[in-house]
Design a protein around this ligand. Structure first.
Ligand code: BES
Ligand code: ZN
Length: 986
């Protein structure tokens, strides 16, 4: 239930991050396929059409394309060795022309590096054809007789190399190796160490059909006409599909771009446009952009569109603009306001100015991720940028603020200082995720974003990291599929959580000073996790604190998982011991060898607590890979550990400890903060999953909720309670459980009501309580929602934004086929992005099997459902009890199409596997899932599949441990209702 609301931002919700109707790239390289560059073909390609247009630009280029006969002797190439001790591959890589490809690594060799790219592109938005020319200035780090560069789905038509005096160097061999997306240029002479060279290439490609690389997107304008835009998404490894490049994050260079366009369009790129020159004899204009600063290839971006813009100048003189389709520009002002505030704040927070003259934020109608931090040109999914206060919910508004805060943090963390290699991705994403709450808090001080950190980051991270199939934050990755697979909850949310924990024991001021030093030292360069620890150590030392930051933090970054701290109190003496917390008891082998095996799954834990004797001041004890004992005094009635849940660990109290806490919550819950209440709820429900305590403990604790009025604890509790409802869907306890939840919710349902008023958190809570009431079958809530739905559908009633999700979903659930079709029409015609998301969610609520089936089939047709929305549909349908089996059947039946569409290098495939298998609870289901996936290739979804299977096993275990206790407890307690009102009253 918790993620029912607008939630298509991948990492806020665990939904997909990559999607798209990718052409099968492998097929492109099969014999006979036309996209492949062969040596012969390269020799005789005639550049059609484009030649006339760019004749002027090409006067000096391509004097002698290198294509002599091959003279390769099989000798090792000087300088081409990353790992000289690595065993040679069993079969040597074979280039497209059948020759051996002399480089077998996925990573590029480090003998040359780029300094400067000059790129000219002419995309044709009608034919999809792209013509490109480029000049790369290179420097040689080691002597070499070859250059290896990335290129994917590019038809290289000409190439040449010159030394710094302009003397041509013959390229004696040109090879293409599609599996590694590499091009090999063998040279007639040795390139000298420390010298500069100029590599020129002409190439052709096409605008992609998926959501990666240089691709086409469409929208319908105010006159109902379809409009095309061309846009890019390169992270992590798709720049190579737009132009040949050294596509690794540490190989930074300057970029100078020229783009040809038709006059009805304009273009945007990382840097401001410098000139726009009409091309003589054609209807085209060439836009030239200023040269960039040194940057990684994955941050390059350009867009060709006919959008409208809203702009302002920030306090620090940055030209800030928000671009949207023309009929949506009135939904851009919120983004502009928030981005202005946050950009100015980060300038001060990081102590470094934003280095580019402008920053554009642009909404892209077809977008795989939530947003992408391209330097100076941040691209967004429409729902992550546009907000209309008359129509969009508080949740949708929060999404916009948070995503902007995240992407703007990357302008420093990621863009200015970039991880040296993807295995340190968490430095980018963990930090941006940590900063997004800080940035959003500044823009919206009343939203308690710091408090919300718990439910948005810490809890989801702890949930995933309790699986054996989790992975350490720092994980070696090599190929594009492995790289894609770590854009996950661990890099983002565990990354953010351990920074928050670090902040809790060194303080905001020292953290900030350390970050400033780190950014300052590595500006325009790259960094590793160690560099971060070094900067922080330097600053902590300076302030007289001698903590071993690196030693402490490596226990969290190099090992998967986190500790359960088991605590007991006897005669005023606390004993606390640590051990890895795994939620599934099953004895299977650990897939993750910790990167530092000497740690043995023990951690440096900052164990904090408050007690009844001292509830305001927390005390801390370090558990340095050890267990601890300490005195708290004999008169202590209760202890709450992990104050504010700032530490990335869970607490297991003994039964006396839980009883004391439950008593406290029932009698004086405000003695603890909302964060502490939420942390207790999250811990107790999770320990029950692991089977270490009885379900009765969580249920006893949950009874205090009748007095709880705050959002964070309610959000946490409803998430768990409705997960239990899902798990017992086919059991008699199901009705009892709904009745129990209804009893808890009912007083709040009355208190909160249907007026969309109050603070931000009250509005978020209202949505959750109303939806819970509907889920529990409260007839008053259902009727109220149906009435509003009827008035909306038939009389155009404007429903208050925060009621819409409940109204639309309930309207469809209890409505007719016509109601469903009405929503389908709204999905297809609305110009309010937040509304289209609500429609997607509402339509998944149908109880009509035929409509459900039809809806599922629409996902296979990209004209009906945009590829970016497919995951939302599959996920929402799978959450509907009537949709589980149809969704699973559909995914199995059309697996080859689905994996063809989503299987390439992206982890959408993993998200799909998780979405459709997550409701399964029996050994029978497990067997079915296992046997199906034994037969098919899941590619980059492998880890997600392991996590999905472990989750089903966990559900089975949950039944074995808890069903009896739960049923018994419900029987006992429902005979003594919590309140005098019951659902029958309505
Ligand atoms: N750098 C990512 C975008 C990205 C994600 C690129 C996955 C390649 C693969 C961007 O900064 C990001 O993290 N976007 C998030 C939104 C954010 C608010 C959590 C996303 O796309 O979900
Ligand atoms: Zn990010």
């Amino acid at each position: 239930m918790s993620d029912h609301d607008v939630d298509d931002i991948a990492f806020l919700t665990g939904s997909p991050n990559e999607s798209g109707f990718m052409v099968n790239k492998r097929a492109m390289y099969e014999p006979g396929a036309v996209m492949v560059c062969s040596q012969k073909r390269a020799c005789c390609v005639v550049t059609l059409g484009f030649a006339a247009i760019i004749a002027v630009a090409l006067i000096v280029a391509f004097t002698k394309p290198g294509c002599p006969e091959a003279t390769y002797t099989g000798e090792p190439v000087p300088g081409l060795s990353i790992n000289p001790t690595a065993a040679p591959p069993s079969t040597p890589p074979t280039a497209t022309n059948g020759e051996e490809f002399p480089w077998s690594e996925v990573r590029l060799p480090f003998h040359v590096r780029p300094l400067h790219y000059d790129i000219t592109l002419h995309p044709n938005l009608t034919t999809r054809h792209v013509q490109g020319e480029m000049t790369i200035k290179l420097t040689t780090i080691e002597e070499t007789t070859a250059i290896i560069i990335h290129g994917d789905e590019l038809n290289i038509t000409q190439y040449s190399l010159q030394n710094k005096y302009g003397k041509p160097i013959e390229i004696v061999k040109f090879l293409v190796y599609p599996p590694h997306q590499q091009l090999y240029l063998g040279l007639s002479e040795i390139l000298r160490r420390g010298s500069n060279y100029t590599l020129r290439m002409s190439f052709e490609t096409s605008l992609k059909e998926g959501l990666e690389g240089f691709y086409l997107s469409t929208y319908t304008n105010g006159e109902g006409e379809k409009r095309f835009i061309a846009t890019t998404h390169f992270e992590p490894t798709s720049a190579r599909s737009a132009f040949p490049c050294f596509d690794e994050p540490h190989l930074k260079a300057r970029f100078h771009l020229n783009i040809y366009r038709e006059p009805q369009h304009f273009t945007l790129s990382n840097m401001p446009r410098q000139t726009s020159i009409p091309v003589e004899g054609s209807n085209l204009v060439m836009d030239e952009f200023q040269e960039s600063v040194d940057m990684s290839t994955y941050l390059v971006a350009f867009v060709v569109c006919d959008y409208q813009v809203l702009s302002n100048l920030t306090a620090h003189q940055v030209n800030l603009s928000v671009y949207t389709p023309p009929n949506m520009v009135d939904q851009a002002s919120y983004a502009l306001r928030v981005a202005s505030i946050i950009l100015d704040y980060y300038h001060t927070f990081f102590g470094l100015s934003y280095p580019l003259p402008k920053l554009d934020l642009i909404a892209i109608p077809d977008f795989g991720a939530g947003a992408m931090e391209n330097w100076g040109l941040v691209t967004y999914r429409e729902t992550a940028l546009m907000f209309d206060k008359r129509h969009s919910s508080s949740r949708a508004q929060q999404t916009v603020a948070v995503v902007i805060a995240h992407e703007l943090a990357h302008q420093w963390f990621g863009n200015l200082v970039t991880m040296s290699w993807w295995s340190d991705l968490w430095l980018n994403e963990g930090f941006a995720s940590f900063m997004e709450n800080i940035g959003a808090e500044v823009a919206e001080p009343g939203w308690a974003m710091q408090e919300q950190f718990l439910v948005e980051k810490m809890h989801p991270a702890l949930e995933l990291d309790a699986l054996l199939a989790s992975h350490p934050i720092s994980t070696p990755v090599n190929d594009p599929a492995q790289i894609e697979s770590i854009f996950d909850t661990i890099s983002y949310k565990k990354g953010a959580s351990i920074i928050s924990m670090l902040e809790s024991f060194i303080g905001r001021a020292i953290l900030q000073e350390g970050l400033r030093l780190y950014l300052d030292l590595h500006s325009y360069g790259t960094a590793t996790t160690n560099d971060l620890w070094e900067a922080l150590t330097q600053v902590t030392r300076k302030h007289g604190n001698h903590l071993d930051i690196k030693g402490i933090m490596e226990t969290w970054t190099l090992q998967a998982g986190f500790p359960l701290i088991s605590v007991s109190l006897q005669d005023g003496q606390v004993t606390a011991s640590q051990g890895r917390f795994l939620v599934c008891e099953e004895n299977v082998t650990d897939p993750n060898e910790p990167l530092n095996t000497t740690l043995g799954y023990r951690w440096h834990v900052p164990l904090t607590y408050i007690t009844s004797a001292n509830p305001r001041n927390q005390t801390m004890h370090w558990m340095n890979l050890t267990d601890v004992e300490f005195d708290v005094g004999k008169d202590v009635k209760w202890i709450k550990f992990n104050v504010g849940q700032r530490g990335f660990y869970r607490i297991g109290y003994d039964s006396a400890g839980w009883n004391a806490i439950i008593h406290l919550l029932k009698t004086d819950h405000e003695a603890l903060t909302p964060a502490d209440r939420a942390s207790l709820i999250d811990d107790v429900f999770t320990l029950i999953k692991a089977g270490s305590i009885s379900a009765a403990v969580a249920l006893d604790l949950s009874m205090y909720l009748k007095a709880e009025t705050r959002y964070i604890p309610w959000h946490t509790a409803l998430g768990h309670l409705f997960q239990w409802v899902q798990l017992i869907f086919n059991y008699p306890a199901h009705t009892l459980m709904l009745e129990y939840i209804h009893n808890l919710v009912l007083p709040h349902y009355h208190r909160i009501g249907w007026n969309d008023t109050g603070t931000h958190l009250e509005r978020l809570l209202r949505y959750e309580i109303l939806w819970a009431a509907v889920q529990c079958g409260n007839t008053h809530a259902i009727q109220e929602a149906q009435l509003l739905f009827f008035e909306w559908r038939n009389h155009g009633l404007i429903i208050p934004p925060n009621l819409r999700s409940v109204v639309y979903s309930t309207g469809v659930r209890y409505g007719t086929e016509d109601d469903w079709r009405y929503c389908w029409q709204v999905y297809n015609t609305s110009t309010i992005p937040s509304e289209t998301t609500l429609m997607l969610q509402a339509m998944a609520q149908t109880r009509d099997p035929w409509l459900m089936q039809q809806y599922l089939e629409y996902t296979l047709d990209n004209v009906k459902i945009r590829p970016q929305d497919v995951m939302t549909v599959l996920k929402e349908v799978s959450k509907n009890p009537g949709g589980r089996l149809p969704a699973w059947r559909m995914v199995r039946q059309h697996w080859s199409k689905i994996s063809q569409l989503f299987g390439h290098g992206s982890f959408t495939i993993g998200a799909i596997i998780k979405a459709v298998t997550s409701p399964f609870t029996s050994s029978f289901d497990l067997g079915e899932v296992e046997s199906f996936f034994k037969e098919v290739d899941v590619g980059p979804g492998e880890r997600a599949l392991a996590q999905a299977l472990e989750t089903i096993r966990l559900h089975i275990q949950w039944h074995e441990h808890n069903l009896k206790d739960l049923t018994q407890w419900l029987h006992q307690h429902l005979s003594l209702p919590l309140t005098n009102t019951s659902s029958e009253q309505y």
